[in-house]
Structures are given as C-alpha cells and as structure tokens.
Design a protein around this ligand. Structure first.
Ligand code: HEC
Length: 211
C-alpha cells in the first residue's frame, strides 16, 4: 500500500513540477531565450534518424549550370531572406531567430559537406520547431533539387551562377514605380488624358466676345 502511494505521488509529482515551472514564467518562451533543458534533444531526437531513413540521393556533380541558375532564382525568392547571399551582411530576420538560420554562403553556415539529398529532404519537409519551412507544396521537385544542389555546391559555383545571387534592389528605399505587365491597364487611359492637344482644325473654344 505504501509502495503504491509512493508510486502515485512519484507519478503525479513530475507533471506538477513541470506545470509550476511553466506557469512561473521562467521557462523560455521568447525566440531569444536560452534553450529549455532537454529541448534540443526532444526537438532533434528523431531528425537525423528520419533523414537517414528517408532522404533520396543524387550526385551533386550532375547538376548543370542552367539548373544551378534556376536554383539561384528559387533561392533569391524563397531562401535569401533567412539564409543570406554571398558577400552580404546577415539579414535582420536571421539574426533574431531561435534557432538561428545558418548563412549558407559563409564558412560557418555552409552545407557543402552534407549529401545533396539530405538538404533536399530539409527543403521539402522543413525542420520542426525551427523557422525552416517546408517547401514541398510550394516548389516543384526540380526546383527543390536545383536549389539544394546550389547550396550543396556553394563553394564551387561558376561566375554566371554567382551573378544570379547578387542582392536585389532595396525595395524599402524610394524607387520608381514598377513597370506594369502587358495585361495591366494603365491607371489613366491615355485616350482620356486631358493634356493631349486637340488636333488642328477641330472646333476651338470661341474667343471671348469683346464688349
Ligand atoms: C523563415 C526563414 C527560413 C527560410 C525562408 C528558409 N529557411 Fe532554411 N532554415 C531556417 C532555419 C532557422 C534553419 C535552422 C534549423 C535548425 O537549426 O535545424 C534552417 C535550416 C536549413 C538547412 C539546414 C542547415 C544545416 O546546417 O543543416 C538548409 C539546407 C536550409 N535551411 C535550406 C533552405 C533553403 C534551400 C531554403 C529556400 C528554399 C530555406 N532554407 C528557406 C530558416 C529558413
């Protein structure tokens, strides 16, 4: 009886302490807080095993420059915001994330040692409890492979691929209006524009009659 009581108290005490800890406000909740005890183990415990089990593979050397250029375009539009561009300062967003987003074109952040299939798995599925999104629904298979090959070969890219990774113009500063596509009607239809002079010979407004 005593043993059972002890067991019951033992079982109840763990969630009770956990509850008090979470309610106390000292558990990490902000992205900038230090990790909770065991948080990393819990979040990452199965990641590597899962990737090992599931990731497909390709020879990264088989990707051609046109494919890498397409990968660079995908990267500019979907990844650079968090993972940065070659020779560029780290973005504000990537500095404030927990866990932080590795800068894939820097010595410390590069994934050139990982098999390209592992990176493809991460791009397709995302990484749980981190800011790394899953792109499986947003990008095509080819786009995911090409962008994965791009970052897997980050240290060996040809100049024509690197050109595609130049920073885009800063949209936060005043810039001329963006050109409209061919199907977008102009804001003011030219035919109705009042500054067009009337063709000569057309009826002129009558001059004011002298008194
Ligand atoms: C909103 C921010 C964000 C975007 C956008 C994003 N990522 Fe990530 N990514 C992260 C974060 C944060 C991590 C770190 C996760 C971790 O610590 O395990 C990460 C991890 C990775 C890793 C693993 C790095 C390593 O060292 O193992 C790869 C590869 C990667 N991202 C590629 C991409 C690619 C390619 C794209 C675009 C298709 C992309 N990411 C878009 C935030 C982002």
């Amino acid at each position: 009886m005593k043993f059972l009581l002890g067991l019951l108290v033992g079982i109840l005490i763990v969630p009770a302490v956990l509850y008090v800890y979470l309610q106390s406000g000292s558990a990490p909740a902000a992205a900038t807080d230090a990790p909770m005890p065991f948080e990393k183990i819990l979040a990452r415990g199965s990641l590597h095993a899962r990737i090992e089990r599931e990731h497909p593979n390709k020879d990264v050397a088989q990707f051609t420059n046109p494919q890498l250029i397409e990968g660079a375009d995908v990267y500019q539009k979907n990844c650079a915001f968090c993972h940065g561009l070659p020779q560029q300062p780290q973005s504000a967003a990537s500095k404030g994330m927990y866990p932080s987003a590795p800068q894939l074109f820097t010595q410390d952040g590069t994934v050139t040692d990982d098999p390209v299939g592992e990176t493809y798995w991460k791009v397709k599925n995302g990484i749980r409890l981190t800011g790394m999104p899953s792109f499986g629904a947003a990008l095509s298979e080819d786009q995911m492979w090409n962008v994965s090959a791009l970052v897997a070969r980050a240290d060996k890219l040809a100049p024509e691929v690197l050109t595609e990774l130049k920073p885009l113009p800063d949209l936060s500063s005043p810039v001329p209006a963006m050109p409209l596509g061919p199907n977008v009607p102009p804001a003011v239809a030219p035919a109705q524009h009042p500054v067009v002079p009337a063709p000569s010979g057309a009826a002129q407004p009558a001059p004011p009659t002298p008194r």
